[in-house]
Design a protein around this ligand. Structure first.
Ligand code: NAD
Length: 490
């Protein structure tokens, strides 16, 4: 039952097309980052809760996997319309539980729509190949669904990241267990409601809430064939290793430390607005956010403009809070440590209080200059609206700094020279590169995924690449001419 202080009733698991009573007495509070109020509480489910969901998903797989793909995607055509119809409500929910601004939340739901559109196009993309390989003999390939798959998601995109996996994996014939982030479990509840309204059969998509224990149980469950994970590198490594050691297919996307290389010929105002938007958008809680800027040569005029732009980003107005009190403290500690080590804080977002939202977890945009590559702010993912400026004498030194970082999600270069852009594209060690773009997220049908410590596993999670992850290929060789002489493979 909701208590007086809770805006939403307690979160429930969703199994077999309905919300089921919680079997645990262990819950975590779901806290609004905007004002620190309690929105709901989320159950820490047991292994047995997971087991029940897997049994149901396995049963649903029998029918769903045999439903023709053209029929399966009809659900997603209807789901897309429902996402559009409920755009405002869904955006508000994302905003409430995650804290991002309404415009950012709307952009996230719009991306969910784009992801769904891609899933609707899958029948055009998954056709197998056929070839007469020998006289009267043909080989053909067909994509088959894998079975029950599980998706474990982070807090920073409560709508988009679940929709990275749900439409593609399910349209391709799998059934699924979704494990939402315990910090933002509410958007997932609306996702399953809308999919039910769109006609998704019961049991095809199930939600099991929880934290570490349930993730480990997913990695160990023999009925789950594949595990996708999106979250921090520390946990991505654990999940990838554990799921793989149990012989499951696994793809684990981790954290990031994205470097933007700014060359002296960069367009000043365009660069300044892009860098600022990249580091402060979604309060810096994007795996594609700019975290380090490598300033090559004489770019002080651009840094001045970045500071001016950063001062226009006002917490509580066009900048949301970070996810928790602990995150706010962690981010502010990074800034203080850099200052103590000799870096210069050009714009300081520490100790920010928003009037009327005194209990919210706000950090203002922060620009730190003269950061050296050995400082923690240069090396580690901060996940807040903070940019660390590292000075480099030339582009090769800048690339060496970028390459030395263990992450490899995204990198960008700001220049007006096509030749310099090409030079950086070829040498940056990251899976997604921007040229004069601060958040180089590939749009569908291009796939999303980093390199190095930002991704463990083969292929990408979205776009065309996802077809390989969510299906297995069957190769059939057929002979139709009984009269042909026996020769090689015929
Ligand atoms: P997180 O790693 O703390 O949590 C992600 C998921 O793992 C959650 O569902 C959580 O319940 C579970 N989890 C947490 N600790 C665990 C443990 N010890 N064992 C097993 N499971 C555990 O990440 P987060 O704080 O929710 O999200 C932020 C992180 O996600 C950032 O590092 C960000 O860069 C990353 N991220 C990466 C991408 C990408 O595409 N590479 C996209 C979005 C977010």
């Amino acid at each position: 039952m909701p208590t007086l202080t809770m805006k939403y009733p307690e979160v429930k698991n969703y199994v077999g097309g309905k919300f089921v009573p919680n079997t645990t007495d262990k819950f975590l509070d779901v806290i609004s980052p905007i004002d620190g109020s309690i929105l709901s509480k989320v159950p820490l489910s047991s292994k047995e809760d997971l087991n029940q969901a897997v049994i149901v998903a396995k049963k649903a797989f029998e029918t769903w996997s045999k439903t023709p793909i053209k029929e399966r995607v009809q659900v997603f055509f209807r789901y897309k319309t429902l996402l559009e119809k409920h755009m405002l409500e869904l955006s508000q929910l994302v905003q409430e539980e995650n804290g991002k601004t309404l415009d950012e939340a709307r952009a996230e739901v719009e991306k969910s729509i784009e992801l769904t559109e891609f899933a609707c196009s899958l029948p055009q993309l998954v056709g197998g190949e056929i070839l007469e390989v020998s006289r009267g003999v043909e080989c053909r390939t067909d994509h088959y669904p894998i079975g029950v798959v599980a998706c474990i998601v982070p807090f920073n995109f409560p709508s988009m990241v679940p929709n990275w996996t749900i439409p593609n994996a399910i349209a391709l014939g799998n059934t699924m267990i979704l494990k939402p982030s315990e910090s933002v479990p509410l958007s997932s509840l609306r996702i399953v409601e809308l999919l039910k309204e769109a006609g998704l059969p019961d049991g095809v998509l199930n939600i099991v809430n929880g934290d570490r224990e349930i993730v480990e149980a997913i990695c160990d469950h023999p009925g789950i064939e594949a595990v996708s994970f999106v979250g921090s590198t520390k946990v991505a490594k654990i999940v990838y290793a554990r799921a793989s050691s149990n012989y499951k297919r696994a793809l684990a996307l981790g954290g990031a430390k994205n470097h933007l290389i700014v060359l002296p010929d960069a367009h000043p105002s365009m660069t300044a607005s892009n860098v600022t938007a990249s580091m402060s958008g979604c309060a810096g809680q994007r795996c594609m956010a700019a975290s380090a800027m490598v300033a090559v040569g004489a770019v002080d005029h651009i840094i001045e403009q970045i500071c001016a732009e950063a001062k226009k980003v006002i917490p509580g107005e066009n900048l949301g809070p970070v996810i928790s009190k602990a995150a706010k403290e962690r981010i502010e500690n990074y800034i203080t440590e850099a200052e103590k080590q000799g870096a210069k804080i050009l714009v300081d977002g520490r100790n920010y209080v928003v009037k009327g939202k005194e209990n919210g977890f706000y950090v203002g945009p922060t620009v730190i200059d003269f950061v050296t590559p050995t400082m923690s702010v240069a090396k580690e993912e901060i996940f807040g609206p903070v940019i660390s400026i590292i000075r480099a004498k030339d582009v090769d030194e800048a690339l060496a700094i970028e390459n030395a970082n263990p992450y490899g999600n995204a990198a960008a270069v700001f220049t007006q020279s096509g030749a310099m852009a090409r030079y950086v594209i070829d040498r940056a060690s990251a899976g997604m590169i921007g040229v004069n773009i601060g958040v180089p997220v590939p749009r569908e049908p291009f796939s999303f995924g980093g390199w190095n410590d930002s991704k463990f596993g083969v292929g990408d999670l979205t776009g065309k690449s996802s077809i390989e992850f969510w299906t297995k290929l069957k190769k059939t060789t057929t002979k139709w001419n009984a009269e042909a002489k026996t020769n090689w493979m015929s």
